[in-house]
Design a protein around this ligand. Structure first.
Ligand SMILES: Nc1ncnc2c1ncn2[C@@H]1O[C@H](COP(=O)(O)OP(=O)(O)OP(=O)(O)O)[C@@H](O)[C@H]1O
Length: 369
C-alpha cells in the first residue's frame, strides 16, 4: 500500500522470552477490514494487544487516523483506557447482571464527551446489528451468535476509532457462524471505522477482508488488498490447501434450467451454482488453486466437462510445498489473477514460463460465503 493511501500505521517490535519476536510494520487504509491471518503462535493476538496498549511494544508507532496512541520516538504512550478502541474477543464478556440495553448504555457512557459529531447513535448501532428484539434480555439467555452481536454493538457504542476483533466467531458452531457473517459484512460496508480482525479461518478471511496481512513467526509477510495478496504465488498462503484466488464480480445471468449463475469479473466470466441471488448483486468468488488446470491450446468447445475456460498469461511458476508440485500464477486481465496447483512434471511438459499464453480451466468456483 502506498504511504499516501495509508491512514493508519502500526509499527511494533516485541521480543519475548522463549525466542518469539514480533516485528511488524503495517500501513492500513482508512476503513475496511484488515484480516491478520496465520498459524497459531504467529503473533496475531500480540499485534492486537500491543495496539490496545495491553502489552508494551518497543520502538512502536501506533497511529490511528493521524493520532498517535504510541510513538516511542517522541515519548508518547496512551494507556488502554485513553485509546478510543473497541475490543471483541472469542467469548463475549458481557455483564450478566444487566440486560442488553444496560450493557450498551454502560458502554455508551464510557464514550462520554469523546463522542464526535460523526458519532454512531445507540439506535443506529442496535439497528446495524439487528438486536432490537434482544434489548430486554439478560446475556445468559442469548445464543452464542446473539451474544457476539451484542458484544460487537457494545464495542461500537464506545465510539471507537478502531475495532479490534480477535477470532470473534471461533467459539460458534458452523451454523451460527454463517448467521453472523452477514452482520460483519454490513459493518464493513456501512461503517467508516477500520477493523483489525484475527482469524484462522480461510472462509472468514475470503469473505470479510479488504486488506490481508498473512503472518508467520511474528512477521507480517505482506500487507495489501485481499485479491492481490491471495494471488501471490510467492507467499506460504499459495502453498496450502486453501490456496486460491478471490475475484470480485457481479451476478450477471441465471440459467434457471441448470441452476447456474454467471458472475462477470474483470478477469473473465465464471459459471457457478445458483444460490438465488438477484441479478446485479456484487459478489466475491473464490477459485481454489487445486481446481484450476492449464491448457496451452484453446480447449475445443463442447469437448470438455469444464465450463469455465479463461484466457490467461503465465505470471510466475513457484514450487509449492513439495518438489512434485508447483503453483502457477495466471494473469487474466483486468488486474485479476488465478492460481493453479499442478504437478511440476506437467509444468515442465507444457514448458510453462512467464509470458506464455494459456487457458485456465476452472473446475469449480464458489461464492465466498
Ligand atoms: N502472555 C504471554 N507471555 C509470554 N508469551 C506469550 C504470551 N502470550 C503469547 N505468547 C507467545 O507469543 C507468541 C505469539 O502468540 P500469539 O497469541 O500472539 O499468537 P497467535 O497468532 O494469536 O496465536 P493463536 O492463533 O493460537 O491465538 C507465541 O509464541 C505465544 O506462545
Amino acid at each position: 500500500m502506498s504511504p499516501a493511501a495509508a491512514a493508519h500505521r502500526i509499527r511494533l517490535r516485541l521480543p519475548r522470552p522463549g525466542g518469539f519476536r514480533l516485528d511488524v510494520d503495517l500501513q492500513l487504509p482508512a476503513r475496511g477490514i484488515t484480516v491478520l491471518f496465520g498459524p497459531s503462535g504467529s503473533g496475531k493476538t500480540t499485534v492486537l494487544r500491543c495496539v490496545a496498549g495491553l502489552e508494551r511494544a518497543e520502538e512502536a508507532l501506533v497511529q490511528v487516523g493521524g493520532t498517535a496512541w504510541q510513538d516511542d520516538a517522541n515519548g508518547v504512550f496512551l494507556p488502554t483506557w485513553q485509546r478510543p478502541l473497541g475490543y471483541v474477543f472469542q467469548e463475549a464478556s458481557l455483564f450478566d447482571h444487566l440486560d442488553v440495553r444496560s450493557n450498551l448504555r454502560f458502554a455508551q457512557k464510557r464514550a462520554g464527551r469523546a463522542a464526535a459529531h460523526d458519532a454512531l447513535s445507540l439506535e443506529g448501532v442496535i439497528e446495524l446489528l439487528g438486536i432490537a428484539h434482544l434489548l430486554a434480555r439478560r446475556p445468559t439467555g442469548l445464543s452464542g451468535g446473539e451474544r457476539q452481536r451484542v458484544a460487537i454493538a457494545r464495542a461500537l457504542a464506545t465510539q471507537p476509532r478502531l475495532l479490534l476483533l480477535d477470532e470473534p466467531l471461533a467459539a460458534l458452531d458452523a451454523v451460527r457462524r454463517r448467521d453472523i457473517l452477514p452482520w460483519l459484512e454490513r459493518l464493513r460496508d456501512e461503517l467508516r471505522i477500520p477493523m483489525l480482525y484475527v482469524t484462522h479461518s480461510a472462509d472468514e478471511m475470503a469473505r470479510l477482508a479488504d486488506t490481508l496481512v498473512p503472518m508467520d513467526q511474528g512477521r507480517a509477510l505482506a500487507c495489501g488488498p485481499l485479491a492481490q495478496t491471495l494471488a501471490r504465488a510467492d507467499l506460504p498462503l499459495a502453498q496450502g490447501e486453501d490456496a486460491g484466488a478471490l475475484w470480485q464480480g457481479t451476478l450477471a445471468e441465471r440459467d434457471l434450467r441448470w441452476r447456474l449463475a454467471r458472475v462477470d469479473c474483470a478477469g473473465g466470466s465464471l459459471w457457478l451454482r445458483d444460490e438465488g441471488l438477484a441479478i446485479g448483486t456484487p459478489v466475491r468468488v473464490r477459485v481454489l488453486a487445486r481446481d484450476v488446470s492449464i491448457a496451452t491450446q484453446a480447449p475445443a468447445s463442447g469437448a470438455s466437462s469444464i465450463q469455465n475456460v479463461i484466457a490467461a498469461t503465465v505470471g510466475a511458476v513457484q514450487e509449492a510445498g513439495h518438489p512434485s508440485q508447483v503453483v502457477v500464477r495466471l494473469d487474466c486481465g483486468g488486474g485479476e489473477a488465478l492460481l493453479a496447483r499442478i504437478t511440476a512434471r506437467a509444468a515442465h511438459a507444457l514448458a510453462l514460463a512467464p509470458g506464455l499464453r494459456v487457458w485456465a480451466q476452472v473446475k469449480a468456483a464458489a461464492l465466498a460465503r
